[in-house]
Design a protein around this ligand. Structure first.
Ligand SMILES: Cc1cc2nc3c(=O)[nH]c(=O)nc-3n(C[C@H](O)[C@H](O)[C@H](O)COP(=O)(O)OP(=O)(O)OC[C@H]3O[C@@H](n4cnc5c(N)ncnc54)[C@H](O)[C@@H]3O)c2cc1C
Length: 491
């Protein structure tokens, strides 16, 4: 028998837990389910198992507004984040609404029945679950396959090749020589962690450099606030300090890129051994924050290089050989293990096909309203967090707005809300004003943004507070209508 719930949330990661908490708090009459394809909650923080997995973000902003992070340890490892998410779900009874092992394959909006019809794979069996409103909290990348370009000769390599997204838990790197291909957050995290846990030597092999900022992993301000104030007050103050700090540094980087670049260069110079070629290995050609800036907690990567346990090679790969990698310059790198930290495959809605009245809806024809609802798709919202600040800040804003929309519809007798495409009045822009490889590779499959609000995504929490938290619900771009109420089957 087909089930019906008021709201289905797809995904039990940070965004799904945020959506559920806000629904319970602000729209408590709504019934809801969280459908999760994995057997555990946590999403990203449950999936990635490579050594040292951690966030770049501080926990005062990666944490939820409703659950204080009361430690002075600001940057923490993946298992601690997962534990925090499990606590958040359990303390609020959200875990009881989760259905694990449920993969949403298609989501079809029916105009006749005014509802979403989800075809869900449950351990090989196909079931249908219908809902009045759909919140896609399914992350931004393909869970099945990380991005791994073809490397010539990879079949000749006699050691182990591993992608960080698929790290074998039994992989032994004790005493081994490791080459990590890549220079993003994953490579920057992995290298010191591999060394600390017994690798003989690690080489970071990059085609081009990335900006890396050393940052303390503890927050002395948080420790002081925790001593002086009750937990909630201390968290609020520390959270706002963290928001102000990251906004300030981001704005500084964008407005004064040369100054910021020089600062980062100086930080690196102070920590690296004399004679190290900083301009070749740590001074990118693009401006700070054109791509994500990576954090090295307490300068751990620089320390590993200074100790001679790690080095950086900036070159291109000609081919893999039996014993390692041959570079275009002619240099050869010996390796027992090659880690392809080459990134993610971007994917929206966890690969589910989105339909309206049984017809597939191409995402590229759609425009995103406030970066969270799509033209052509009624009663639907999705969460994609910030690229320059903690994901959770945006997730909480989206969740709040969805509750305001649901409550507004109930109060005014509407049962459908649909963003209206502004047509030629608004110039199309890429949905993300950000240029790392995984975004560039996916841009031609993503919905569009526009040149003005509410279609323009500003990647700025303070502006979004105005636009999303305080922005009116009955926006001109949203069409609210009344249709037949969906027929509720049993649950
Ligand atoms: C290595 C790494 C480090 C990161 N570091 C940071 C950081 O420092 N700061 C930061 O803000 N962000 C960071 N991020 C981004 C990170 O993804 C977010 O922090 C956040 O975890 C995203 O939460 P989410 O719930 O939106 O998505 P996810 O964590 O990706 O969770 C999505 C969930 O949806 C489920 N799902 C997907 N498709 C379907 C489907 N069709 N049916 C059912 N279930 C489905 C998935 O199984 C998953 O559990 C990092 C990401 C990675 C990969």
């Amino acid at each position: 028998m087909t089930e019906f719930v008021d709201v289905v949330i797809v995904g039990a990661g940070i965004s799904g837990i945020s959506a559920a908490w806000h629904l319970q708090d602000r729209s408590p009459d709504k019934s809801y389910l969280i459908l999760e394809r994995r057997e555990n909650l946590g999403g990203t923080w449950d999936l990635f198992k490579y050594p040292g997995i951690r966030s770049d973000s501080d926990m005062y902003t990666l944490g939820f507004r409703f659950k204080p992070w009361s430690s002075e340890q600001a940057i923490v490892d993946g298992p601690s984040i997962l534990n925090y998410l499990k606590e958040a779900a359990a303390e609020n009874g959200i875990d009881k609404h989760m259905r694990f092992g449920h993969t949403v394959r298609t989501a079809n909006w029916s105009d006749v029945d005014n509802q979403w019809e989800l075809t869900v794979d449950r351990g090989g069996e196909s079931v249908q679950i219908n809902c009045g409103f759909l919140i896609a909290c399914s992350g931004y990348y393909n869970y099945d396959q990380g991005y791994s370009p073809e490397f010539a000769g990879s079949q000749d390599f006699e050691g182990t090749i591993v992608h960080p997204q698929h790290w074998p838990e039994d992989l032994d790197h004790q005493g081994k020589k490791v080459v990590v291909i890549g220079s993003g957050a994953t490579a920057v995290t992995l290298i010191p962690a591999l060394i600390d846990s017994g690798a003989a030597h690690v080489t970071m092999l990059q085609r081009s450099p990335t900006y890396i900022a050393p940052q303390p992993d503890k927050d002395a301000f948080a420790a002081r606030m925790n001593r002086m104030l009750p937990t909630n007050a201390a968290y609020t103050v520390t959270r706002w300090k963290a928001i102000a700090r990251s906004t300030f540094y981001y704005q500084l980087a964008r407005r004064f890129p040369n100054f910021f670049r020089k600062q980062l260069r100086t930080f690196a110079e102070r920590r690296l051994p004399e004679g190290f070629d900083i301009d070749k290995h740590f001074n990118p050609s693009y401006k700070p924050w054109d791509q994500r800036l990576c954090v090295a907690p307490n300068g751990d990567l620089f320390r590993a290089i200074r100790k001679g346990k790690a080095d950086v090679v900036t070159d291109t790969i000609e081919r893999f050989t039996k014993t390692g990698i041959k570079l275009t310059s002619g240099q050869e790198l010996d390796a027992d293990i090659i880690v392809t930290a080459t990134g993610l495959n971007m994917q929206l809605f966890g690969g589910a096909e989105i339909q309206r009245n049984g017809e597939a809806m191409p995402l590229t024809d759609m425009m995103a309203f406030k970066g969270m609802m799509l033209t052509g798709l009624p009663n639907m919202a999705f969460t994609v967090g910030y690229t320059n600040a903690s994901w959770t800040l945006k997730a909480d804003l989206v969740s709040e707005f969805v509750c305001r929309v649901l409550n507004y519809m109930d109060d005014n007798g509407f049962d459908r809300v649909e963003p209206q495409h502004p047509g030629d009045a608004v110039e199309e822009r890429p949905i993300m004003d950000f240029s790392p490889g995984y975004v560039l590779r996916a841009l031609d499959q993503l919905p569009k943004g526009g040149h003005v609000t509410p279609w323009r995504l500003k990647q700025n929490y303070l502006l979004d507070l105005q636009l999303i938290r305080r922005g009116k619900v009955d926006d001109e771009a949203l069409l609210f209508t009344k249709h037949r109420a969906p027929v509720a089957a049993s649950i």
